[in-house]
Design a protein around this ligand. Structure first.
Ligand code: ADP
Ligand code: MG
Ligand code: ZN
Length: 456
């Protein structure tokens, strides 16, 4: 077995109205290139940063507290120098640690600090867009405590859940980026840079572990380097030899006053901290008697956890948990939606589950109603009625269809009479299909048998 060591550096864009050192808006995706800029975020000569955005600092503090970090009383902004067209000043402002020595479960958090996002340079067109320059970012650095890509996935899933609960991070594709550090069997570590999604991290790690194993197997040595993740092929390629701290010539930024963190304010933020996913999962599992693995899936999105908790007061909790993690999550995931973004109202979901429980719709009918609910956004009872999905108890209607099916399949009936049980299933299946699943299969089976006997 290969011995894998993984440590992550995770960048998260914070949710704020204005940029980190100026009052430009942060909706950089919704506007024309270079619309959200001013001399400060475009680093015009002579321009000065305003003070550090207070909401950005608060958001960082909330995250650091949720990660059980010790909060430092003060920190400073530094200039991290590099030359690239996405960065007109020639340096990126990045703070010294503000939170440190935390943990998320068994993974230790080394530190959390704040940075400014650079702009965007389109290499192929040779254009730059500084709308993103100055979006507040944090970097979370873990200790090398993960032992497999699966550990990394679990860590990142819990981190995303926490960010959702705190409502402090931008929630859109590309708003979280990670660098993944990985080494095997005590060898040199390789850093895979700028992975744009959490699923990309897992894929990059899986690839990189195999690549390093192959290097060693061929008698080579893994070299210390920075690699780039190729999303299209799920592979990594050499970017450059790793830069060292000195390459960046870190200097304190004389334009930004030291960051001071008020103890009482931090304590206040701590008191207002919501119940976090880990604690919520433990509580739901204990209070409602649901399986821990189901609870864990429910708490990934706070809106879903809340939905469960309210619905569970009115029906059997384990059944609701399975319905949410099964059909409901399946439809949400298929549409790449969260419950929050889906616009599905709790009363509709509750009503649909109630109908399902009471046997008013079949499995299939429930699923079709749910699918239609995403479009129609109204009472599932109305939808199921309109789509003719409600179970029928009307024995006359069922009887008519059974007549048709039994008359129409003389060969199957003969086969059944000759002792072939499967032939009966075929006839029953046909009847249910014609009834669009709107009748109980046991009942249909009984009626089919009755009809066959009558025919004798
Ligand atoms: P540097 O100072 O060169 O950036 P650090 O020691 O600060 O290196 O670590 C940066 C990241 O690399 C951290 O997330 C850390 O957990 C991870 N890391 C450190 N050592 C290893 C290792 N041997 N294998 C994998 N990851 C590692
Ligand atoms: Mg880094
Ligand atoms: Zn600006």
């Amino acid at each position: 077995m290969v011995n894998v060591i993984i440590g992550l550096e995770i960048h998260v864009q914070l949710k704020t109205k204005s940029k980190i050192f100026c009052s430009c808006p942060t909706n950089y995706r919704d506007v024309e290139p270079n619309e959200n800029l001013c001399p400060t975020c475009a680093a015009q000569p002579g321009s000065k940063p305003f003070g550090l955005n207070k909401t950005a600092l608060d958001n960082l503090l909330k995250i650091a507290l949720a990660l059980n970090c010790r909060i430092r009383d003060s920190s400073i902004m530094q200039r991290k120098h590099y030359l690239y067209p996405d960065n007109p000043s020639g340096y990126q402002r990045t703070s010294k640690p503000i939170g440190a020595e935390g943990n998320l479960g068994t993974i230790r958090i080394r530190e959390v600090h704040i940075e400014e996002d650079p702009g965007r340079y389109e290499l192929r067109e040779g254009t730059v867009d500084y709308n993103r320059a100055g979006i507040p970012l944090i970097e979370i650095v873990t200790e090398p405590d993960m032992r497999s890509p699966e550990d990394a996935r679990e860590f990142l899933d819990e981190l995303s859940a926490i960010l959702g609960y705190l409502d402090v991070a931008r929630d859109e594709p590309g708003s979280m980026r990670a660098d993944a550090n990985v080494s095997i069997d005590g060898g040199t570590r390789v850093e895979v840079k700028n992975i744009n999604s959490f699923s990309g991290v897992v894929a990059a790690l899986a690839y990189e572990i195999i690549r390093q194993q192959n290097v060693v197997r061929r008698g080579g040595k893994v070299i210390m380097e920075t690699r780039h993740f190729e999303e299209a092929s799920n592979s990594t390629t050499t970017l450059r030899k790793k830069e060292t701290e000195e390459d960046y010539r870190y200097l304190p930024d004389p334009d930004v006053p030291p960051i001071s963190v008020n103890r009482a304010h931090v304590a206040e933020l701590g008191r207002k901290m919501p119940e976090l996913p880990r604690a919520k999962a433990a509580r739901l599992s204990k209070d409602f008697g649901i399986r821990p693995e189901d609870a864990w899936i429910l708490v990934a999105e706070v809106e879903i956890a809340n939905l469960f908790e309210r619905m569970a007061k009115r029906a059997i909790p384990q059944k609701i948990a399975l319905w949410i993690r099964g059909p409901l999550k399946k439809q949400l995931n298929y549409r790449e939606l969260t419950l929050k973004r889906s616009g599905l109202k709790e009363e509709w979901l509750s009503e649909l589950f109630g109908m399902f429980e009471a046997g008013e719709v079949s499995d299939k009918g429930m699923e079709q109603t749910l699918i239609a609910l995403f479009e129609k956004k109204k009472s599932p009872k109305t939808i199921a009625t309109e789509m003719d999905l409600l179970m029928t108890k009307d024995t006359k209607e069922i009887g008519r269809i059974i007549d048709t099916v039994v008359e129409g399949n003389p060969k199957s009936i003969a086969d059944y009479k000759a002792g072939n049980e499967k032939a009966l299933n075929f006839v029953v299946g046909n009847a249910i299909k014609l009834l669009k699943g709107r009748a109980d299969s046991k009942l249909v089976r009984e009626l089919v048998l009755k009809k066959i006997k009558e025919k004798k």
